[in-house]
Ligand binder design. Structure first.
Ligand SMILES: [Zn+2]
Length: 338
């Protein structure tokens, strides 16, 4: 099965009332971990790569690994999504490479750091939607600015400084025609999201619910939504790591989001923690070992367990075979008619 459109995956998720995890990758083991978790749980798949991942993998390694994934797991509808495209040119190069979905993050200027104006965001997002939809490729936009920095991307500020304004969200969706919308409700990128368990003060779920009421047909996206489980932090620290205490987004809050229009949930940190903990454990317990497979296999297995757990929690498990993917050409025709 060729890589498929994210729009279709999210439309199906909306019909079925579930969410789909979007997991970041940089290398073969991470892709394998996701695909194995998806096969085990019979889940549709969103694999996403940031600009940092594209440069790490020289783009073409990443693309060919994803082709291998679609050959080896033909029963799973699989999307290759660009995470946080910083400009129309970045999105264009991703589409030309074979990505079936792109995010244009016009909430920041092209430097990926400076919060932009609403007008700038509208203009750059509209430009990407026109280019992408002509080829059947899905577009995710962002309105409001998330906290934190990851892979060099992010304003780095307070997560509550630029929450998504519901009126602006409505105008943004109408004027740009995006398929999915990332909103800022108090989450941050990276491991250090909250210094205590988040409450209604820190995570603005009421804001999310209001946006969903105003935009019931728009697929909402939660970024920075790793749960940062204490067990994974503990493994790292038990074997010589030095993580400071931190809290992520509780799974129950994500599930509340899913009941209120969230269809895509971005998870990266949890997988990073799982991989690092597994490698540290091998290094600490078996310092005589030096074959990379001796630690990469447990690392891959640890990530697979986290991904499979999230696929169950988000509700996507069991939905891989419930629909027939349509081609990007067919998606392009549908966009042209709309
Ligand atoms: Zn993000």
């Amino acid at each position: 099965m060729p890589l498929v459109s994210m729009r279709q995956l999210l439309d199906e998720a909306a019909k079925g009332g579930y969410g789909v995890g979007a997991f970041n990758v940089n290398n073969m083991e991470q892709i394998q971990a996701i695909m194995e978790a998806a096969r085990e749980t019979q889940s549709p798949v969103i694999v996403q790569a940031s600009r940092g991942a594209r440069s790490y993998s020289q783009d073409r390694f990443l693309y060919h690994l994803m082709l291998a994934a679609s050959e080896l797991y033909p029963e799973l509808p699989t999307v290759l999504h660009l995470d946080h495209g910083n400009s129309a040119a970045t999105c264009k190069s991703a589409i030309e490479l074979g990505f079936t979905s792109v995010m244009i993050d016009g909430s920041l200027l092209e430097d990926g750091k400076t919060p932009s104006s609403f007008e700038y965001n509208l203009k750059v997002t509209r430009e990407v939607v026109e280019m992408a939809h002509a080829r059947g490729v899905t577009v995710e936009g962002e309105i409001g600015v998330l906290g934190g920095i990851e892979d060099g991307h992010g304003a780095g500020g307070d997560a509550l400084a630029h929450l998504t304004d519901p009126d602006q969200a409505v105008e943004f969706v109408e004027k740009t025609g995006v398929d999915a919308l990332a909103i800022a409700i108090g989450t941050s990128h990276g491991a250090y999201k909250f210094s205590r368990k988040p409450t209604g003060e820190t995570l603005k779920m009421d804001r999310l619910i209001e946006i969903h009421k105003r935009l019931p047909k728009t697929h909402l996206v939660m970024h920075g939504s790793s749960s940062v489980p204490k067990e994974l932090q503990d493994i790292i620290n038990q074997y010589g790591g030095k993580l400071k205490p931190t809290w992520g987004v509780p799974v129950e809050e994500i599930q509340l989001g899913i009941r209120n229009g969230v269809r895509k949930i971005n998870v990266d940190t949890d997988n990073r923690l799982a991989i690092t903990g597994a490698i540290r454990k091998v290094f600490a317990e078996s310092p005589e070992k030096f074959d990379p497979r001796d630690y990469l296999k447990p690392a891959r297995e640890a990530m697979k367990r986290v991904v499979a757990e999230r696929m169950q929690q988000f509700g996507q498990a069991g939905h891989a075979g419930t629909y027939t993917p349509v081609s990007l050409e067919e998606m392009a025709r549908r966009y042209a008619q709309a």
